[in-house]
Design a protein around this ligand. Structure first.
Ligand SMILES: Cc1cc2nc3c(=O)[nH]c(=O)nc-3n(C[C@H](O)[C@H](O)[C@H](O)COP(=O)(O)O)c2cc1C
Length: 338
């Protein structure tokens, strides 16, 4: 349940769909989005999603869902089901969907692959389903499939933007004009001014990942968060374009090695020892981010302080209020011009 009783600054189709105070989704972050992080996001008036593939088995996901329910004091949180990298047989995606349905989790964020296979069970369980995509074409397909909301991410995003790198400003405009179901834009968003701008473009909410990595409730080592606080908008690198799997990550030894290997024609098998998710997890644990493909977006430049999740959203709200006041002051009142 949200800690703030006061109404939020906006009512949109996304605040209504997720029952949240702020039009902000704390998008799934592999390894990071556990019950502690997600419950902090929910208590701060946003919606969070446990990343199911951060856990070793469907039973471990079930335990995390139950832990989240206890920490939230409510059932209102989500699970993220990313299908990138391609799920291996032992990951048993169907079983994960069954766990979500059995545990009556109300919201799911899917990403990375067409979620069609899982739609019947999600629908039957009454789960509200948002699909996240990197291009407008994929957004249109998701709408046709019958999902409840669609999230489009622009080139600035941490994780997997599309290879053609269309920026968030253009993506948001295209999304709002072409899609009739509730819409969410992500990629490079980290301030209240940007949230106001996104809603002005016509979308119903924003998805933020990178900005929240410095939340105290994210379990990553403090040294890693301090590195993020010190980083600016040039701290990321794009790799894996040659494998049709564009990734934006913290620029480090690994992104330099991978880029060099790609230039030399390396394939997935050769790159795997460098890009395996285990290295990213180890970097979060140790605070040494020299190695590992560690997803990170350009919004890291806005991550300026390590503080509780609710303190970040409180500052976002202040920025929203200031941006709206500034706009109001700048508006030409037709009567005064006459
Ligand atoms: C560290 C990190 C891990 C991520 N892990 C996942 C994931 O497991 N599943 C997923 O759907 N998206 C994942 N993403 C993408 C985010 O959910 C979200 O789409 C993205 O962060 C939005 O752009 P931003 O980073 O500019 O805010 C990840 C992003 C980051 C930065």
């Amino acid at each position: 349940m949200a800690e703030h009783a006061a109404p939020g600054p906006f009512r949109t189709r996304i605040t209504e769909l997720f029952g949240i105070r702020l039009p902000i989704l704390a998008a799934g972050l592999q390894w990071i989005s556990d019950a502690s992080y997600v419950s902090a996001a929910v208590r701060a008036g946003t919606m969070g999603f446990i990343t199911a593939r951060s856990f070793a088995s469907p039973d471990a996901v079930r335990d995390e869902i139950r832990r989240c329910r206890d920490l939230c004091g409510s059932d209102r949180f989500g699970v993220n089901l990313s299908m990138l990298p391609v799920p291996q047989p032992h990951e048993r995606m169907e079983e994960l969907v069954e766990v979500i349905a059995e545990e009556r989790v109300p919201f799911v964020e899917t990403a990375g692959r067409n979620p069609q296979l899982h739609l019947p069970l999600l629908r039957q369980a009454g789960v509200k389903h948002m699909h996240k995509v990197p291009t407008l074409r994929h957004a249109l397909s998701a709408q046709k499939l019958g999902v409840d909301a669609v999230c489009l991410v622009g080139a600035e995003a941490g994780g997997h933007p599309a290879a053609d790198l269309v920026g968030t400003l253009v993506q948001a405009t295209l999304l709002a004009r072409a899609i009739t179901i509730p819409t969410v834009i992500g990629g490079g968003i980290g301030t209240g001014e940007q949230i106001v701008a996104a809603l002005a473009l016509g979308v119903d909410g924003v998805a933020m990942g990178t900005r929240f990595l410095v939340a105290e409730e994210a379990w990553a080592h403090r040294a890693y968060k301090e590195r993020l606080v010190a980083a600016d908008e040039t701290a990321t690198a794009l790799v894996m374009q040659s494998l049709n799997n564009t990734s934006r990550a913290l620029a480090n030894e690994t992104t330099r090695t991978v880029a060099q290997m790609e230039r030399e024609g390396a394939g997935l098998a050769e790159l795997m020892p460098h890009i395996t998710g285990k290295l990213g997890r180890a970097a979060y644990a140790s605070g040494d981010a020299t190695h590992g493909l560690i997803s990170l977006g350009q919004a890291v430049t806005f991550a300026d302080r390590i503080e509780p999740f609710a303190a970040i959203t409180a500052r976002l709200e202040e920025e929203i209020a200031a941006a709206l006041a500034r706009l109001d002051a700048q508006r030409c009142d037709a009567a005064s011009l006459a």
